[in-house]
Write a protein that binds this ligand. Structure first.
Ligand SMILES: C[S@@+](CC[C@H](N)C(=O)[O-])C[C@H]1O[C@@H](n2cnc3c(N)ncnc32)[C@H](O)[C@@H]1O
Length: 362
């Protein structure tokens, strides 16, 4: 049923919030100060029209905005968006009674995301490739994605064709696409089993498309060139679909802060090191012990270390840091620490770190 709503706040996921007799109503793609009409379904409502527009509203950069579930706030002015993001961090700390200064957000420019996870599915003899509609399994077939680096956005038609050649059923699957120094690294997951003939034709297609590597469920199908990422001069070939900071400039900004904080540290432990984003940069002047749960990421880090010159000693340890956090006693071996956990956090490890004497960077 359509109703009129006055938006008074922005929720944690970027939805506008209106207050109703029965509690808050979340209206996506609206801004505080706006009056809108929307069709309500329980605590969510689908925007129909904006009646009074907030001065912070701008035209979105992408034609798929509001249909594709990938972005929530393209209709908000950049400066207001950055202030909102920063406030989310400040509020989260305050809610836990943690006193800590919160610096300004480091903005990432549009067209700078070098890694994307696309959803794909075969439908009516072709593949759809894009992102899921919000709260839905429906895949929105995208023609553009202005947040991506042009090297990925410009290859969307080829990636869609590749998805069509990979899919073996009507089930959805994923393509993780990373822009590397040597071309696109494409990692498919759950696309279905491949015959020898499929592999041959995929190989020809990948070579002809100029991609660096294609892997399916972790198995490399073809690698015309080693996909390489540049960790400030140390070249690393990450494992298929492995973690990589999504925006190179954001990685640089984080690395700069980590290096500054750990200036003078002799022996650093890098917890949740991935493929060595921070460890290999730090190794220019400190010994580093990299700890991580993904063996393939650690192997990539180690290969990068061995191929580089001028680095101090780097050791690696495969360890599940949730089940077996480093203890205060183990942490005593280090005078520097980097802690970059996945979204789930790492509560037990955090307690050990808090009790240790190591200077920390979060
Ligand atoms: C946010 S990423 C950071 C990686 C790296 N610091 C970087 O910036 O590229 C988190 C890392 O934690 C690793 N990880 C996830 N769960 C883990 C666990 N239980 N134990 C150890 N490592 C884990 C992931 O494999 C991933 O490499």
């Amino acid at each position: 049923m359509s109703a009129r709503f006055r938006i008074t706040a922005l929720g944690a996921q970027g939805d506008g919030i209106a207050v109703s007799d029965t509690g808050p109503v979340f209206v996506p793609f609206t801004l505080p100060g706006e009056t809108v009409t929307a069709a309500r379904r329980k605590e969510r409502a689908e925007l129909i029209a904006v009646i009074e527009t907030a001065p912070e509203r701008i035209a979105p950069a992408c034609r798929h905005f509001t249909v594709c579930g990938g972005c929530a706030l393209q209709h908000m002015r950049d400066d207001v968006y950055l202030a909102w993001k920063r406030q989310k961090v400040a509020d989260a700390l305050r809610a836990r009674r943690i006193e800590a200064p919160v610096a300004g957000i480091v903005p990432c420019r549009s067209g700078s995301r070098r890694r994307a996870v696309f959803s794909a599915r075969l439908a009516q003899g072709r593949a759809v490739l894009g992102y899921n509609r919000a709260f839905s399994h429906e895949i929105i077939d995208i023609e553009e994605c202005p947040i991506l680096v042009p090297e990925i956005e410009g290859k969307l038609p080829l990636l869609r064709e590749l998805a069509g050649r990979l899919g073996r059923s009507r089930d959805a699957f994923h393509l993780t696409v990373t822009r590397t120094e040597s071309g696109l690294d494409v990692a498919a997951a759950a696309s279905g089993p491949l015959s020898a003939a499929d592999r041959l034709s995929l190989t020809e297609f990948v070579v002809g498309s100029g991609f660096a590597r294609l892997s399916v469920d972790g198995e490399i199908i073809v690698e015309p060139r080693k996909p390489q990422v540049d960790f400030s001069g140390v070249m690393v070939t990450p494992p298929p679909g492995g973690f990589l900071q999504a925006v190179a400039s954001a990685e640089e900004a984080m690395a700069e802060r980590v290096l500054k904080h750990l200036e003078g540290a002799k022996r650093v432990v890098d917890l949740f090191s991935g493929s060595g984003t921070f460890a290999l940069r730090l190794a220019r002047r400190s010994e580093v012990h990299a700890v991580e749960g993904d063996a393939a990421a650690l192997a990539a880090l180690d290969r990068g270390f061995r191929a580089a010159s001028g680095l101090r000693r780097v050791t690696t340890e495969k360890r599940d840091l949730f089940r077996r956090p480093l203890t205060v006693k183990e942490l005593a071996a280090f005078d520097g620490l980097v802690f970059d956990p996945p979204r789930a956090g790492a509560e037990d490890l955090s307690r050990q770190i808090a009790r240790s004497d190591v200077p920390k960077v979060g």
